[in-house]
Design a protein around this ligand. Sequence first.
Ligand SMILES: NC(=O)c1c(N)nc(OC2CCCC2)nc1O[C@@H]1CCC[C@@H]1O
Length: 326
Amino acid sequence: MNEEHAKKRILELRDMLEKYNYEYHVLDKPSVPDAEYDQLMKELIELENNHPELHDEHSPTSRVGGAVLDFFEKVEHTVPMLSLGNAFNDQDLRDFDRRVRDGVGSNVSYVAELKIDGLAVSLTYEDGRFIRGATRGDGTIGEDITNNLKTIRSIPFKLKDPVMLEVRGEAFMPKKSFQKLNAHREEEGQELFANPRNAAAGSLRQLDPKIAASRNLDIFLYGVGRLEGHSVDSHDESLTYLSQLGFKTNPEWKKCNTIEEVIEYVNSWQEKRPDLPYEIDGIVIKVNSLYQQEELGFTAKNPRWAIAYKFPAEEVVTKLEGIELN
Ligand SMILES: NC(=O)c1c(N)nc(OC2CCCC2)nc1O[C@@H]1CCC[C@@H]1O
């Protein structure tokens, strides 16, 4: 195949594989069988090996690339990644609602979303291309774990629009992957992970990206830090826009016009929580209007416009082998 043809075929394969990857890992609706995907990936790897001059760090073949690092570089978050104040019962939520109304008046709506129990991370895109990923760290300084985040298949390398964007989300390990990982570690006589959050955090802090790649991590994006090239007025619009750009957002979020609706949503998910394929430790409630978020501002460390309703720790039913616990 001559140079011209090879270049054309490489670019075509990269687009196809990125699209198939999006369908499989973000939409959960693959349009081609795995065998076809694998065949195309094999062809691209071969072509790229024969044409190193066409190397592109955003090629689908570089999802498991990257050398083993000696340490992680520090990254400063231009927009701090805040933590959340907590609510533990309905009254706490009603008190939160009253404080919000005292601040911005009675015309307020909320977005309630599942609080994914993973590791908060930030992804930075320039011209719509993934250039850096970092842990939240202490909210101002995190660690550059770009190579490990590139192994999460649902993170797009190229967005639908060439925007400059810094987006936040929660990287997590699905319950099934956690169980398989611990079963394997038990066989190997290795120490077990206590829960999926620790397993996800431990996987993303590996200096060798091949280990992170083997852990079947996933991510839900839930907030915009910085955005240039597009504008949104409300949180529900942000979530819709992130999804249009090609990000995986959690589908269970709900716009609530009253705190009573929020309380209903919280109670319903307290029941349904065990059926989810990933762990959640509560519900995050956010004032929907970005203008009102701005008006409410922050306390020393938390936004006044958001709160986390924490579920009581899930009772862990331990059944010792052969011994019935009464
Ligand atoms: N874990 C989550 O699913 C989640 C979420 N769905 N939404 C937010 O929005 C917050 C971030 C700062 C102000 C609002 N935070 C979340 O997790 C936070 C991030 C840092 C500490 C908590 O894990």
